[in-house]
Ligand binder design. Structure first.
Ligand code: GCB
Length: 743
């Protein structure tokens, strides 16, 4: 028999070199606070966990299963190395048996999230929290014959259902016995069963479920359970059970996604796994809260970015009928060290084999935004190897890649995976919010044979900023909502898109960021990092996607207005809305999702606005009309580079710099690709001297990212770093480049 117990309590922890140990419970990270407070300076290094325990029962075999340790783990028992694991997101299981002694034992775990490890992610726009941030389980057997719990970190049972009803189960056993395999329906009744005498090693069992129910998205996510019992001479040795579902799907390059034979347009969100003051060390409670908000929004698909998420969350996705894109953290650049390639392959292997049984997972994502760096042969070769590995491990699911919007359609990055997609930030980093449609059409027309999706789009928003004339990069709630409204209008009119995922469902920690007056955070969420506030754009999507009738009056935090007449925006999923102000009827409208009431008069002082629908839904808002537009709603950009950067700039810019952008034909400029600029030694030198040096003083992560060069122009990259440098740097660099003939 197997006995599993959670091993989350009574650990001690210290950062390497610290004098004292502190008592902690798992899940735990040491970066919960310094990973979210900005500065890009959170502790990335080694730390130690230890746990003392008594071993009294003489078990035949004892294993420890770690849900995830970021990024590298070394596990010791009584001072001896038991094993190690590279990769911060996948589970791993180690056998403790030979290291245990009767009575008192000590387990020690070194966790390491050092920045220079050849372990992905290496550069990315989020905090790489360190620690044992998922659960640890102790698995004990009184037999040597059981499911192979070590094989790829989990229990080594792969279930492949076919919609005809055939279920193929591949198992790896560590001993002989009688294997009883059963399929249970949702009510727990056995609908198929078989018994076989089996011996140690790999084994394949086939069963048939008559007329299987389909796992059919959010409307009917029907799950079966496979239960496998290994026994010998009437004694149960081990038991495994997992849920699975029957579904089929395909992606058409011209008509999008089809689930179980019918068109099923995918619209949803990307999600990171962190939470304010907790980092990645979250529990089932936080996972369930996240899922409940995603359900409220009405999404039917999730891109679980940018790495393997918790097993519990994939189970929630199965239960809620979400179609999931699961991925590995191969992001924004390639580390040429061979160990780094090996690490990518291992992370993909673990992602697939540990999550193979989830019906929710429909796509394996192998990389994100590689085109932001230089496309080297080595990068393309590992991307191809990753794709081949995914195909070899799982013949049933298509592969996908998220390419940065600037990647040219000719790039091989579009021709490796089955499906493709773009991260495009029209109306935020580039272009205007009106460009989503033209961007998609242009890209689609250039490679129409490959199904195309939008894997990210969006805009930052902080709750305190507001404007009646919202504009790009003003960080207002109103502008974020406009980007999403326009993007969805464009996407919905383009059925060739096989899916869209907005970036991001939740604000998340990115310690190197300093944006809109907020340090350490990416604020593109529809919901705040603490999950306490739904931003205006949340209600736009709810009106568009959810079926639960409601009405929402926009402007919940934009409460003081100077104008005599204002435009009032209402979101609802109902077809008719009426508006009242101070008890007077203003007007009513038939429409769809977004309802605009222009020229709504306000009197000085307080005004009550009420929106109602004939179904009885209602929302209200009290606005105060004030004499002049309050300053408090406007984010005033302030450069906050350090005195070291100011000093550096004084040194490099001896003469005044003009703010004119001269582009000299035949000479380099900031609008050239980094690749071209770097191909000339003087170009490389100019960027080093004027940009990289200053960034390295203040933000080593950004400096590294810039270093990688690539197809993006300096201008494209500038908006990521401009807050850390004087504006003049941009013009000064252009002046220098203007003196260098194009190669
Ligand atoms: C992207 C990245 C994502 C970033 C996002 C942003 O394209 O894939 O990791 O967080 O842009 O907000 O800039």
């Amino acid at each position: 028999m197997r006995q599993t117990s959670l091993w989350n309590d009574q650990w001690q922890f210290q950062i390497e070199g610290a004098a004292d140990w502190e008592s902690v419970c798992l899940p735990h990270t040491w970066n919960a606070l310094d990973g979210q407070d900005g500065g890009g300076d959170y502790y990335q290094g080694k730390a130690w966990y230890r746990k003392r325990f008594l071993a009294e029962t003489p078990w035949e075999q004892v294993y420890l299963r770690f849900g995830a340790v970021s990024k590298r783990a070394e596990v010791y028992c009584n001072g001896q190395l038991v094993g190690s694991h590279n990769g911060g997101f996948s589970a791993f299981t180690l056998e403790l048996t030979p290291y245990l002694r009767q009575g008192e034992n000590e387990l020690t775990v070194m966790a390491d999230n050092s920045a220079d490890l050849p372990i992905y992610p290496e550069y990315a726009d989020f905090t790489f929290f360190g620690g044992i941030y998922r659960e640890v389980e102790l698995i004990c057997f009184d037999t040597k014959a059981h499911f192979d719990v070590e094989a790829f970190g989990t229990d080594a049972v792969l279930i492949t259902p076919d919609v005809t009803g055939t279920v193929t189960m591949q198992t790896t056993l560590t001993g002989n016995g009688l294997l009883r395999s059963e399929i249970l329906d949702e009510a727990g009744a056995a609908v198929a069963a078989v018994e076989e005498i089996v011996s140690a090693g790999d084994h394949v069992t086939r069963l048939t479920v008559p007329q299987p129910h389909r796992w059919d998205g959010t409307a009917a996510p029907y799950l079966y359970t496979a239960q496998l019992t290994l026994s010998s001479a009437g004694k149960e040795l081990d038991r495994f059970s997992d849920s699975f579902g029957f579904r089929d799907y395909f992606v058409s390059p011209s008509e999008g996604f089809f689930l179980n034979g019918r068109s099923y347009p995918l619209h949803g969100v990307c999600r990171h796994q962190d939470r304010e003051d907790m980092g990645w060390a979250i529990t089932e409670k936080e996972h369930m809260e996240d899922m409940s908000l995603i359900r409220e929004l009405g999404a039917n698909t999730l891109r679980l970015a940018h790495y393997q998420h918790a097993p519990f969350f994939y189970h929630l996705c199965d239960r809620e009928g979400m179609v999931v894109w699961a991925e590995i953290p191969f992001i924004s650049g390639h580390d040429p060290r061979p160990e780094a390639d090996a690490n990518l392959l291992q992370q993909l292997r673990e992602l697939i084999l540990q999550n193979y049984n989830h019906p929710s997972i429909c796509f394996w994502g192998i990389a994100n935004e590689l085109g932001i760096a230089k496309e080297t042969e080595a990068m393309l070769s590992i991307t191809q190897r990753l794709n081949d590995l995914a195909k070899q491990l799982d013949a049933t699911r298509p592969t996908v890649i998220a390419n940065v919007g600037m990647t040219v359609p000719e790039s091989p990055l579009f021709h490796i995976t089955d499906l493709t997609s773009y991260n495009e930030y029209m109306g935020w980093y580039t272009g205007s919010a009106d460009d989503h449609g033209s961007f998609c059409d242009e890209r689609h027309s250039r490679i129409p044979e490959i199904p195309m999706a939008v894997s990210e789009y969006g805009a930052d928003c902080l709750l305190q900023w507001h404007s009646a004339q919202p504009k790009v990069q003003d960080y207002t709630e109103e502008y974020q909502a406009i980007v999403h409204e326009k993007a969805m209008a464009a996407f919905n009119a383009r059925p060739y898109l096989w899916a869209t995922w907005l970036w991001n469902m939740f604000d998340f920690a990115a310690d190197g960021r300093d944006e809109g007056g907020c340090k350490g955070r990416n604020n593109k969420g529809l919901v705040t990092y603490d999950r306490k506030t739904k931003k205006q754009a949340f209600f736009f999507y709810k009106a568009l996607w959810s079926k639960e009738p409601f009405v929402y009056l926009c402007g919940k935090r934009y409460l003081k207005r100077a104008a005599e007449k204002i435009e009032v925006k209402v979101y609802t999923n109902l077809p008719h809305v009426a508006l009242w102000v101070n008890g007077h009827f203003v007007g009513e409208q038939d429409g769809n999702t977004v309802f605009l009431f222009p020229d709504v008069p306000l009197r000085m002082g307080f005004n009550e606005l009420v929106a109602r629908t004939p179904e009885g839904c209602m929302d209200s808002l009290i606005l105060e009309r004030v004499a002049s537009e309050p300053e408090e709603y406007v984010f005033k950009e302030s450069k906050n580079f350090s005195s070291a950067v100011a000093q550096w700039f004084a040194d490099v810019s001896q003469e005044p710099v003009s703010r004119e952008l001269d582009i000299r034909p035949g000479y380099l400029s900031v609008n050239d690709s980094m690749e071209l600029i770097y191909s000339v030694p003087e170009g490389y030198k100019a960027v080093q001297e004027l940009v990289i040096k200053a960034l390295a003083i203040d933000n080593p992560g950004a400096a590294k990212r810039m270093e990688s060069g690539g197809a993006l122009s300096f201008t494209d990259l500038w908006h990521h770093i401009q807050k850390q440098l004087p504006d003049e740097v941009y013009y000064l660099l252009n002046e220098r480049l203007n003196r260098i003939p194009k190669p």
